[in-house]
Design a protein around this ligand. Structure first.
Ligand code: TXA
Ligand code: MG
Length: 349
């Protein structure tokens, strides 16, 4: 059992209590519009170190700093170029994190020694109230164990972090459900370090966006590790369109039966649903095929399947337009290895 305190973020005095804890160097998990964040005073090195310990996060993965006002961000960067100010005017508060050269006030532990710092102003009224009551910047990565599926509810935060956090502010399920877009701003272009809640298409109205940082040489973006957001159950992607995939799954199941092999316990993560099933469990992300709704349910659905003692989770790819790019990024990084049919055929041998 966890002894971490949970307070409803709407209960009177809860935000003030959280702010007081943060001032003493405490760790407070709080909801944002994307996912829950694990917050600490960004200017207090000791408090920031506790974030890394609680998440079991390697020290080389830098944190995002959250601010209650754009002006606070201007003080954390060495310089705020005109285009960054335009992006801030268009997208803040909201799910866009900007990476720029840092001012010396930011401790090195926050940025893992990088010369840049990532900052965002969250678009969640209670998160903003917390930031303003605290009165300074808060370092806050997603409130999950390092490498695991992000937390979109207070319950998920407690499952992962339990006693390691001093207080959880419960604001219900988060609205967007995938993390912010992380954009490095350079003189003539933006570099998309992580697709997220703000579609790259919208950012491109302001500056050209380089979209495949993995192919570029970017030693300064260590957070783009290949495996991330992964459930404990191996996750595979469907390598064929849903109807073909389901047909092949059926054929494979017959082959397993012929050989007297046990058909694995499969969980299917699908956008609109599946007609009939060779699976033990199915999670539907959006019956109407809406990618925004799908994103909001993604991590919760993965966590649900991960609790069902399955052998395999098989996810259906979604279109990579708009927020679909963020969903696909998370699914690719969550996958354990081979595509699904390959994996199942491999088990036949
Ligand atoms: O929506 C979000 O962004 C959530 C909520 C809580 O705000 N936060 C979040 O933080 O997702 P985290 O720590 O889980 O992811 C931050 C990502 C990491 O991939 C990290 O490597 C990258 O941002 N990052 C942070 N600072 C950076 C920097 N200076 N340069 C390059 N990448 C950076
Ligand atoms: Mg994270």
């Amino acid at each position: 059992m966890t002894t971490a305190r949970v307070l409803n973020i709407r209960a009177s005095g809860s935000v003030e209590k959280a702010a007081a804890l943060l001032k003493q160097g405490g760790l407070v998990a709080f909801p944002t519009e994307t996912v829950y964040g694990l917050g600490a005073d960004a200017l207090n090195t000791k408090a920031v170190c506790r974030i890394f310990e609680a998440k079991k996060r390697p020290a080389f993965d830098p944190l995002i700093v959250h601010v209650g006002f754009p002006e606070t961000a201007f003080g954390l960067w060495k310089k705020t170029p005109k285009v960054a100010r335009e992006l801030i005017r268009a997208f803040w508060p909201g799910p866009l994190t900007l990476v720029l050269l840092k001012s010396p006030v930011i401790p090195d532990v926050v940025t893992s020694g990088l010369p840049t710092v990532a900052v965002r102003m969250p678009g969640h009224p209670a998160a903003l109230r917390l930031l303003r009551a605290f009165g300074g910047p808060l370092a806050a990565p997603s409130a999950n164990l390092f490498g695991y599926t992000s937390a979109t509810s207070a319950q998920a935060v407690l499952e992962d972090l339990g006693d390691a956090v001093d207080l959880v502010l419960d604001g219900g399920h988060t609205r967007i459900g995938v993390e912010s877009t992380v954009l490095k701003v350079e003189a003539q272009k933006g570099i998309l370090l992580r697709p997220g809640g703000t579609p790259a298409e919208a950012i491109e109205k302001f500056l050209p966006v380089l979209k495949s940082p993995e192919s570029a040489v970017l030693p300064e973006a260590p957070g783009m590790m290949k495996s991330h957001y992964a459930p404990r159950t191996p996750l595979c992607l469907m390598e064929k369109p849903l109807p073909d995939f389901m047909r092949e799954l059926k054929t494979l199941r017959q082959a397993y039966r012929r050989r007297g092999l046990q058909w694995p316990r499969i969980g299917i993560l699908t956008l609109r649903g599946i007609p009939e099933s060779e699976a033990t469990a199915v999670q539907v992300l959006s019956r109407r095929g809406d990618l925004t709704e799908a994103a909001s349910r993604l991590f919760q659905a993965i966590r649900k399947l991960d609790k069902m003692d399955l052998d395999l989770i098989i996810a259906e790819p979604v279109s990579e337009s708009g927020i679909g790019a963020a969903v696909m990024d998370r699914l690719r990084k969550a996958q354990g290895g081979k595509p699904a049919l390959d994996e199942l055929r491999g088990r036949l041998k």
